[in-house]
Design a binder for this molecule. Structure first.
Ligand SMILES: Nc1ncnc2c1ncn2[C@@H]1O[C@H](COP(=O)(O)OP(=O)(O)OP(=O)(O)O)[C@@H](O)[C@H]1O
Ligand SMILES: [Mg+2]
Length: 289
């Protein structure tokens, strides 16, 4: 997969860089801000992130994406995926503000379990009357703003979606997940119409098994692929991901003596983050074109 991204980076599509953005020499950083010791392949994988980080700094507010995690199904994987993306972006040296816009405040709870990785700030939303101001303030504090939404449609979710540059819809491989994802896509489209702009949305398969798919799972994947863009990367069901909810901090902070498969989860998170950057870049290119 790492090879896939390095090929992708060299591909003509990547040469279509948006106006004002130039490829740059990028040194990935770890969560302490120290340069990472990583393979050339991994460095290549992280290049798009570095380019966006530089562009955010150079362009001011020109590219400061707001990404919401939405699904009308409870337990779809919104909070977990939001933590995984936020901590991964921060691990690459980017600043991220995560707004916990779910009254249940599970993400806020995660943020209090252990010291947060450098570059991440978590704020709890004060509700629908405040969310737009909270997003505006967060945009002034970090290039990436992530919003973890509650599992039911509400005015708060509508406001957050309408402010988003990308809506990520986590889904499992059950019919209820597919129905909820389609419902959420319809909500995003409705907000887009109200705002007279396309709001990019994509489905992220989460809590999936890496094993061979059953007929039902294949059917659900096909149904969702026909409805919307789907991340090639899936956040498979891994103990490392669920452990974030009781250990706090990021995947790299988990103790390998307590949790199996941290490396695979980190690789998974890197691919997911890289695809998110690809998707944002595509959306930007579409806007510029
Ligand atoms: N990729 C994964 N691997 C293992 N466990 C996962 C994964 N994604 C989510 N989970 C687990 O599934 C449960 C629900 O996940 P999560 O809280 O992220 O869903 P949610 O959509 O935010 O739910 P809610 O709508 O209630 O806020 C949690 O216990 C979490 O640990
Ligand atoms: Mg949640």
């Amino acid at each position: 997969m790492i090879r896939r991204f390095s090929i992708l980076y060299r591909s003509p599509r990547y040469r279509r860089v948006p106006v004002g953005i130039q490829p740059m020499a990028f040194k990935p950083h770890d969560t302490n801000g120290q340069p990472c010791r990583c393979s050339p392949g991994l460095a290549m994988l992280l290049l798009p992130m570095g380019r966006l980080r530089q562009s955010s700094q150079e362009q001011g507010s020109w590219f400061m994406p707001t990404i919401s995690f939405a699904s009308s199904k409870g337990g779809a994987g919104k909070t977990t995926s939001c933590i995984v993306l936020g901590t991964e972006l921060a691990a690459q040296g980017t600043q991220v503000v995560i707004i916990d816009a779910d009254p249940a405040q599970r993400l806020k709870r995660w943020s209090q379990l252990a010291p947060l990785p450098q570059g991440i700030e978590v704020v709890a939303s004060a509700g629908e009357r405040h969310i737009q101001d909270e997003i505006a303030v967060a945009r002034g504090r970090a290039p990436f703003v992530l919003i973890d939404l509650e599992g039911t449609a509400s005015r708060l979710t509508s406001f957050a979606i309408s402010e988003s540059d990308l809506v990520i819809i986590p889904a499992g491989e059950e019919q209820q997940d597919a129905d909820a994802a389609i419902e959420t896509l319809a909500e995003v489209a409705m907000e887009g119409r109200a705002r007279r702009r396309d709001i990019p949305a994509a489905i992220l398969f989460a809590r999936t098994s890496a094993a061979v798919k059953s007929k039902l799972e294949r059917h659900i994947q096909a149904e969702l692929k026909a409805a919307a863009p789907v991340f090639a990367t899936q956040l498979h069901r891994r103990t490392a991901f669920s452990s974030l909810h009781n250990a706090g901090a990021g995947l790299r902070d988990l103790n390998p003596a307590d949790v199996n498969g941290i490396d695979k989860a980190v690789e998974n998170a890197q691919r997911f983050a890289s695809e998110v950057i690809d998707m944002l870049e595509e959306a930007m290119n579409a806007q510029v074109a």
